[in-house]
Ligand binder design. Structure first.
Ligand SMILES: [Zn+2]
Length: 297
């Protein structure tokens, strides 16, 4: 069944509206791609959703669900107020600059909130993230191979890979000033995503702690606000993050932390191991509504 026709989207919207979710649907975006940018020019293009697709997703969320902020969620967890029937949280991983240039105008126009999880080391250095740099130099398969190395081998392997990137490149990350601007907008919570985006579970405890704390410190320095939310790089529970990782994220002050496991964040779930729905470029409005309302049940 084609899922991109407006009547199908409306049908899924109608079905969604009949639901009360037993938890929160957390959407995980990465970058956004300007509609004018040609296809096939950047690595991992699938996780950079077209700006017009993102806008359509947001309009559908407003129409058929109930967008909330992380603070709304905290208030409900603290018993201060109840969640609406179909709560949806929008998140972005990594800290791509396109969240500011393509995403913020959409969020502002629709009065939506979001969280952005920033890998602070590459932001501070005005560089690409290591996996974009490796994929650009050696192809995407080289990135997957590096993810299975020990932390030490990985660090050695990415040392010296060219990371320079222009501000207008879709692989560019936010600058520290832009991170501060997003935070000051009042609709974006800036959360942590480590300093260097390693596979945390492959690193020794002291390296994990340093990666998480350096990230928290940079966020506080840039925004004047404490890091309260966190997204684990790569995010597979047991593979990319361990019990030790979870403990260290809690010790750094996070009260909500997100994995890359797929699913609805059900009431009573571990607040430091919250699953999400990863949204890629092929996800139509109908797919999105189906995922929010039905896919997990
Ligand atoms: Zn990431």
């Amino acid at each position: 069944m084609p899922l991109n026709k407006p009547p199908i989207a409306a049908l899924f919207g109608w079905l969604a509206r009949r639901r009360t979710l037993p938890g929160v649907a957390v959407l995980c975006y990465h970058g956004l791609r300007c509609d004018r940018d040609p296809e096939g020019v950047m690595p991992f293009e699938g996780i950079h959703v077209r700006a017009s697709t993102f806008a359509a997703h947001c309009r559908a969320i407003v129409r058929y669900a109930h967008p909330i902020s992380l603070d709304d969620w905290r208030a409900s967890l603290g018993g201060e107020r109840a969640l609406p029937p179909r709560p949806v949280v929008i998140t972005f991983d990594d800290g791509y600059r396109s969240v500011l240039t393509e995403g913020l105008p959409v969020l502002e126009a629709l009065n939506l909130s979001a969280a952005v999880f920033v890998a602070t080391g590459a932001v501070a250095r005005n560089e690409m993230l290591w996996y974009d740099a490796v994929a650009s130099a050696r192809g995407e398969p080289a990135v997957e191979a590096l993810k299975s190395l020990s932390h030490q081998e990985w660090a050695k392997a990415i040392d010296g890979v060219p990371c320079a990137v222009s501000r207008s490149d879709p692989r560019a990350l936010l600058t520290p000033d832009e991170v501060a601007h997003l935070s000051a907008s009042g609709r974006i919570e800036v959360g942590g995503h480590t300093e260097n985006h390693p596979i945390l579970a492959r690193a020794p405890r002291e390296v994990q702690a340093a990666e998480i704390q350096a990230c928290a410190d940079a966020i506080e320095r840039w925004t004047g606000r404490r890091m309260r939310a966190f997204a684990y790089p790569n995010g597979r529970v047991g593979l990319d993050l361990s019990d030790e990782t979870r403990q260290l994220v809690a010790a750094a002050g996070a009260d909500l932390a997100f994995t890359a496991e797929s699913g609805l964040a059900r009431r009573g779930a571990d607040r430091l191991l919250l699953p999400r729905f990863t949204i890629t470029n092929g996800v139509t409005v109908a797919h999105l509504l189906n995922r929010i309302a039905r896919s997990w049940s």
